[in-house]
Design a binder for this molecule. Sequence first.
Ligand code: GTP
Ligand code: SPV
Ligand code: MN
Length: 596
Amino acid sequence: MNTNVTSNKFVNEWIAEMAEMVNPANIVLIDGSEEQAEALRAQALATGELFKLNEEKLPNCYLHRTAVNDVARVEDRTFICTSKKEDAGNINYWMDPKECYAKLSKLYKGSYTGKTMYVIPYSMSVVGSDFAKYGIELTDSIYVVLNMLIMTRVGLNVLEALGDKADFIKGLHACAQVDPENRYICHFPEDNTIWSVNSAYGGNVLLGKKCFALRIASYLGRKEGWMAEHMLILGIENPQGEVKYISAAFPSACGKTNLAMLIPPALYKNQGYKVWCVGDDIAWLRVGKDGRLWAVNPENGFFGVAPGTNEKSNPNALHTAMRDTIFTNVCHNLEDNTVWWEGLNNDLPKKAIDWTGKPWDASKFDKKDKSTYAAHPNSRFTAMAANCPCISDKFDDPAGVPISAIVFGGRRAKTAPLVYQSTGWQNGVFVGSIMASETTAAAAGAVGVVRRDPMAMRPFVGYDMGDYWAHWLKMGKAAANAPKIFHVNWFRTDDEGHFIWPGFGDNMRVLMWILARCEDKVDAVSTPIGFVPKAEDINIEGLDISIDTLKGLLSVDKELWLEDCKGIHEFYKQVGERVPAELYEELAALEERLSK
Ligand code: GTP
Ligand code: SPV
Ligand code: MN
């Protein structure tokens, strides 16, 4: 078999080595052309890997179902394989690289027999830009190829840009038996290598995304002096046409895609405000010559949560996903060969197939019982950024956008107020390090349990968490005009468990306060945790909530916070010896202010 599929000898040698292990029937280089993609789609339709949806209503859209046991990232099967265990740290799962290669080699052995090896050359960020990093993913899955074609920049120009260098991330994926007991997502940051086996789902197998653009990239960023973060990027344009950019880190399924594409409430829209989406999941940030942090979205598409997406909550995402989209694990509406999910609308399809492939009985649907749902709670759409009605004109700008504010946030039923501002970079890093959130369906395991998720990066830091915080502190010193750091919580609930804040588009009201703070246009109340808005400075015109409700949302309960501090101590202890002293100082100072 000819393994010389490129003109780069390092790439070819690696392909030959991997091919010898997995034993493909043939090797196909993905060139990024529409003809090749169309032929692959036809093949996937013939085998039932994809279903073609209604061409009139959903042009060029497809449905895919994964195995029932393969519907989310698997954090306890995700490993960082550094030669020294302490470099992966206490929060990551670690395996010795040699042992891991040996173990996984057995699982890969012969796994492509009778199948094609697809070679996907892709770039994270604009090809040839300062931010760009290149990867090659080998996979036996057409679904993975078609998703990567949407999510990353794929094509022969990537190989041209790579030239004869060995500077690329080597990704090997095999579906194998999709066996959950032998599922492994392993990262070898010292070797620029990712090995994924026995899964065919999203974040486990689209190796450019979490594996490369966060875990490997965070490792590289520390080494090279930049940052890879689990952040959306959006621009707010004022009526004078000036755009200010905000990046925000929320844990998985906590509202990044929604915030990134928000529609301004009438009160702002009527004045001429506009919101532009640069990215919905990942940001790479570098210090610019002006001392500001400049960010790009290294991806080329959105892998968004379907449930809850509707004409009211996120019309931009819905419109983005109306063409050229691959839907995964949503409900197949047989009435008109379209798709449906919980929270799309109230028209439960009468004739439908649920996400597991079985006929769905709408009469048994019970909102309180997830087992009656038609779509999986972590069902997703893979859609092109270029199809997004509010995509920023800076999306393809190789320089990225300058960030005015960094926003952290999570799902907290009680403790965290609607918004607060840190007192400076170091305190802001502390605020990020103590983030906590209720777990969601985006990862396998229990849902709704509060856990620490610093910077929304707990599952995605490719090295020791303490070192990661130290890197954040260092970046603040390197950036003379670093962004201001804030924290938000859209998810406070009342005694019946209902969300108090309306959320979605109305979150812009909070972003406007954040920008006003960045421009020193509004003052604030100093509290033990940081600066909180005066209630009258959050515009609630046209909303159904009173100023007293808003005051409640902004309140800081010292007892709850002191209780939370215990959890922070525990977490810092777990992170271990490399927690920077500055963060312990911040924690002690916080406790002192709370106890006064
Ligand atoms: P990942 O792609 O997993 O990283 O998720 P994400 O952070 O992009 O989350 P996404 O925007 O897809 O939102 C996840 C869920 O949270 C959806 O079901 C949304 O409907 C819901 N959600 C998003 N924003 C808000 C909000 O402001 N308020 C409330 N109550 N729910 C929200
Ligand atoms: C997340 O879980 O944060 C996602 C989806 O964005 S996945 O690509 O599966 O990681
Ligand atoms: Mn994400």
